[in-house]
Design a protein around this ligand. Structure first.
Ligand SMILES: O=C(O)c1cc(=O)[nH]c(=O)n1[C@@H]1O[C@H](COP(=O)(O)O)[C@@H](O)[C@H]1O
Length: 287
């Protein structure tokens, strides 16, 4: 019998799309973090109008030149439903202008609740659909299964916290798991298993702070490594080879305030991002 319906075409996986963007534009990610203090410094009100202007300006300045834009959901959520409406528009405009959008929401929950988060960010029909989302595995890596499955279905990605840039993270992430591995290594090994066999790059990324010095863990997960902490938290692109060693080619260095503080002038924002991109290239090579 001839089948009358065919399976839906799998979307091109996030890892492949990210690799292409990194090769074409360089690996830099810029965060869209509308801190109240930044809105004020930009001459805007710390209100919805200011939020919208800030996000739109950042997208206009950067979405055609950096590989990834990373809106920080918390700074939009603080304005309630109307802030989330601005976030929806920001995601859509950034994607339309050619950037990959990594939603920084750091979600983590169990079972069907995690499934609802996955539907929010990783289902193509959701108004907040993004190319990838940050998630926390500290309710157990297996609790992320709904997000991992949803990402595989829609060709999106997840970035899983491993070793975060804040000093407080170490008491959990560097602790020893029941089998003797550091907890962060256990998580990274799970990510490596998810990405096994993917080419050119898996769609499950790890978050590893650029602030850590030698990460001291095996980062060969065959996936992207988001490296926040550059700029305001004190790390520089020159630190990346020391933190990431042989895995540095998969690093997506991430800066928020270090770029955003140069706004609202479009040219100044672009120059700041270009400067970080140049420093990244000098430190780790690439486009
Ligand atoms: O997932 C993240 O992006 C993240 C992980 C981490 O370990 N540390 C970290 O700072 N971040 C985020 O990266 C951004 C850092 O902002 P800046 O310090 O202004 O560059 C914030 O949105 C943080 O929530």
């Amino acid at each position: 019998m001839t089948p009358t319906t065919s399976a839906p075409t799998p979307e091109e996986p996030f890892g492949a799309r990210l690799r292409r963007a990194m090769d074409a534009r360089g690996p830099l990610c810029v965060g869209i973090d509308p801190h109240g203090s930044l809105l004020t410094d930009w001459g805007l009100g710390d209100d919805l109008v200011g939020l919208e202007r800030f996000a739109r300006t950042t997208v206009e300045a950067l979405a055609d030149r950096v590989a990834v834009l990373k809106p920080q959901s918390a700074f939009f959520e603080r304005f309630g439903s109307r802030g989330i409406a601005v976030l929806e528009k920001t995601v859509a405009e950034a994607r339309a202008a050619g950037a990959l959008v990594l939603m920084d929401a750091k979600r983590g929950d169990i079972g069907s609740t995690m499934g609802a988060y996955a539907a929010t960010y990783l289902d193509k029909d959701s108004p907040l659909f993004s190319d990838a989302v940050t998630v926390s595995p500290y309710l157990g890596f297996g609790s992320l299964r709904p997000a991992l499955d949803a990402a595989a279905l829609s060709g999106s990605g997840v970035f899983v916290l491993a070793l975060t840039s804040n000093p407080e993270g170490a008491e959990v992430q560097r602790a020893t798991a029941a089998d003797g591995r550091p907890v962060a290594q256990l998580m990274l090994d799970h990510m490596a298993a998810e990405n096994a066999g993917a080419t050119p790059l898996g769609s499950v990324g790890a978050v590893v702070g650029a602030t850590l010095g030698d990460a001291g863990v095996d980062l060969a997960i065959n996936g992207p490594l988001l490296a926040p902490g550059i700029g305001a938290q004190g790390a520089t692109p020159a630190d990346l080879p020391g933190v990431f060693g042989a895995a540095v080619g998969n690093v997506v260095p991430s800066v928020s305030r270090g770029v955003l503080r140069h706004g609202p002038d479009l040219g100044a924002l672009r120059e700041a991002a270009d400067r970080f991109a140049d420093e990244v290239r000098a430190a780790i090579g690439g486009a």
